[in-house]
Design a protein around this ligand. Structure first.
Ligand code: ATP
Length: 354
């Protein structure tokens, strides 16, 4: 079992609190994404899992064992960096076998393990080439090979595709995910790219300013963001917020926007004062007889869909609609929100009413 449990983990660098008390669990075999903007503490969290950084407080369990204060070498995990940390003077075979040779493994076993890994990564044909002349993708495969060959309890990856160009990055992301599905090893992967996290992850932790804002499956996080930060960070264009003052009681299911009644999903929490209605661009429809109207400010054609920017009494919002729906700049347009897919946030705390 290589479940990784993070319990109330905190990290201070001197007076600076980089990771606030964090709690989440990576289940055995999961492909788990640590997602957030630059400086949010995701690398520090990963480095604490790896044993490259010690937590100031809290516990880290790998496979049920508390390892928070153990050295990296005692944790049986592999760390894959963004930069291909390969030995340039060695060929591919030597680079991959190095961790096994340095453990003192018998030569015959090393040969068979390297052959197995080369097959998984489909790099049998380059085993005897020097790493210096390899393409970016092949170097990345070799770096992965060196991590896989040890058969560790878990893989920890810090933006492993960050150095690749966009097209190749997508290809390698698919390859990495397929590799994970074949091997089934617990993988924790740091990224600041929300699309990459949504596409690759079984689960995602979203961090901001050292705080775990939410953790769950990609669709849960997309459909039911716990905070305004998560709602804006995930999705492109991001969720719209229509700020209003009002109240909604527990179990209530409608709000008033400039006198227009909008049905919203029933929540258990109550809210009053400054609230925000969160609506994703694809959940806005044009409806001629709607009393809630806005003026079209811009139309961006994207092929099958279009992004329509609309000025409303509650600020500018963006709708994603089929591109055959007519929307002309300056036109006044009636708007309808899909009531099953709305979220109300408390503007003061940024938290969703659930
Ligand atoms: P990035 O994607 O830019 O690496 P990140 O989310 O991975 O961002 P971290 O690298 O974990 O963020 O850093 C979190 C915060 O802690 C940042 O403000 C960073 O400057 C600070 N920090 C990280 N390591 C140290 C250190 N060794 N000493 C002091 N401050 C540090």
């Amino acid at each position: 079992m290589a479940q990784i449990r993070i319990r109330n983990v905190r990290k201070d660098f001197g007076a600076f609190n980089a990771v606030k008390s964090s709690t989440f669990t990576v289940e055995d075999g999961e492909f788990f994404m640590l997602l957030g903007p630059s400086g949010c503490g995701k690398t520090t969290t990963l480095r604490m899992m790896a044993g490259l950084e010690l937590p100031t407080s809290g516990e880290i369990y790998i496979g049920g064992e508390e390892v928070g204060m153990k050295r990296a070498s005692e944790r049986d995990i592999a760390f894959v960096f963004q930069m291909f940390a390969l030995y340039p003077h060695m060929n591919v075979r030597k680079n991959i076998s190095y961790p096994l040779v340095s453990q003192g493994m018998r030569k015959a076993e090393v040969t068979s393990r390297v052959a197995e890994v080369a097959k998984i990564l489909r790099i049998e044909n380059i085993l005897d080439k020097p790493v210096g002349g390899l393409s970016g993708g092949d170097r990345q495969r070799v770096a992965l090979g060196r991590a896989i060959v040890r058969n560790p309890k878990a893989f920890l990856m810090d933006e492993p595709l960050g150095a690749l160009d966009a097209e190749f990055r997508e290809h390698m992301a698919e390859e990495l995910r397929a590799l994970h599905d074949r091997m089934g090893a617990t993988t924790v992967y740091v990224t600041h790219d929300q699309l990459e996290a949504m596409q690759m992850g079984d689960k995602i932790v979203v961090m901001n300013h050292g705080v775990v804002e939410q953790f769950g499956k990609p669709q849960q996080i997309y459909d039911w963001p716990a905070t305004k930060f998560v709602a804006q960070f995930i999705g492109s264009p991001p969720m719209n917020f229509l700020e209003f003052e009002g109240s909604i009681g527990a179990g209530g299911d409608q709000i008033s926007l400039s006198g227009n009644v909008v049905k919203v999903p029933v929540s258990r929490d109550e809210g009053f004062g400054k609230l925000a209605l969160g609506v994703r661009p694809e959940h806005i429809r044009f409806k001629d007889d709607s009393a809630y109207r806005g003026r079209v400010a811009a139309v961006e054609y994207l092929g099958t869909t279009q992004i329509v920017t609309i000025e409303t009494a509650h600020g500018e919002i963006k709708a994603r609609t089929p591109s055959n729906q007519s929307a002309r700049v300056e036109e006044l347009i009636g708007l309808d929100f899909d009531s099953r897919n709305l979220t109300i946030f408390d503007s003061a705390t940024g938290n969703a009413l659930v």
